[in-house]
Design a protein around this ligand. Structure first.
Ligand code: PMP
Length: 286
């Protein structure tokens, strides 16, 4: 938990951070968010996270501050909460702001609500144990490319997955895999990597793009194309990516055992490459 959080220009204790019940984030989930991992006080892939934040804001037509503001906010969050040597997750949320009364159509002169906090993150340097996941129909909206704070669909799907002991639901729409409820999904077949293309059906994950970059560097061919649920039993390896999970191998999807329930060799290469990129950040100068 942060000892101080940012809210609309002020640095305050978390318990004193309050927003109006007429904030459109509270009433309509009219807002977006971003999450940035911090390793030993250094933000990881910050420029990519900020670019996605700006894109989310543009897509829902909220204008807030400039690049210098966000860089300063990230630096201040780390310094003011003594994360100089610690690992954390920065959470940034921007809503359209508060109005005098509830109306679907927003007025023109709203001041966005900006909130940011940092919390501890456990990072690992080993190979995570393969996880069990479950296939579920993707019931979310059709603008999953926007990092919206409206996550009810994701929450219902996560609850359904948890009820059968799965760590994450793998979502499909019209017979094609989209992503996880809070992660992107990858498959390996004949040594090549497959993941859904970036469009309105998935969140453009920063770890997804990073893993694709690492795969290119390792000489692994990558296909960003739709793939079928029906093909799952034939695939050699499966894994998830996200800022908090990094690369998470999958050992079982419902009744299908993947890679003998072990972490497959291509997944292992990418996990190691991910660790190496963290090490490079830690060894770089601040
Ligand atoms: N898809 C969804 C739906 C997510 O919520 C997340 C994590 N926020 C991701 C993918 C992974 O994105 P990232 O790698 O940027 O954490």
């Amino acid at each position: 938990m942060s000892s101080t959080v940012y809210l609309n220009g002020d640095w305050i204790a978390p318990e004193h951070a309050k927003v109006s019940v007429f904030d459109r984030g509270f009433l309509f989930a009219d807002g977006i968010y971003e999450v940035v991992p911090v390793y030993s006080g250094k933000p990881f892939l910050l420029e990519l996270h900020l670019a996605r934040l700006y894109r989310s804001l543009r897509e829902i037509t909220i204008t807030v501050a400039d690049d210098a503001f966000w860089h300063e906010l990230v630096r201040d969050l780390i310094e003011r909460n003594n994360y100089g040597d610690a690992n954390g997750l920065i959470y940034i949320q921007v809503t359209r702001g508060a109005e005098a009364s509830r109306a679907h159509l927003p007025g023109n002169s709203l001041t966005p609500t900006v909130f940011a906090t940092i919390s501890p993150l456990a990072i690992h340097w080993d190979q995570p144990a393969p996880a069990r996941v479950t296939l579920l129909e993707d019931i979310r909206w059709l603008r999953c490319d926007i990092k919206s704070i409206s996550l009810l669909g994701n929450i219902l799907l996560k609850q359904q997955a948890a009820s059968v002991g799965a760590v994450e639901p793998i979502l499909h729409r019209d017979g094609l895999i989209t992503e996880g409820a809070s992660s992107n999904f990858f498959a390996v077949h004949n040594g090549e990597l497959f993941t859904a293309p970036k469009n309105h059906l998935i969140l453009p994950g920063i770890s997804r793009d990073w893993v694709i970059e690492l795969a290119h560097e390792a000489g692994i061919r990558v296909h960003e194309e739709p793939f079928k649920v029906a093909d799952l039993p034939q695939l050699d390896e499966l894994f998830l990516t996200s800022s908090s999970r990094e690369v998470q191998p999958i050992g079982q999807i419902d009744d299908i055992i993947i890679a003998d329930g072990q972490c497959g060799p291509v997944t292992a290469i990418l996990i190691e490459a991910f660790h190496a990129s963290k090490r490079r950040l830690l060894n770089s100068r601040r």
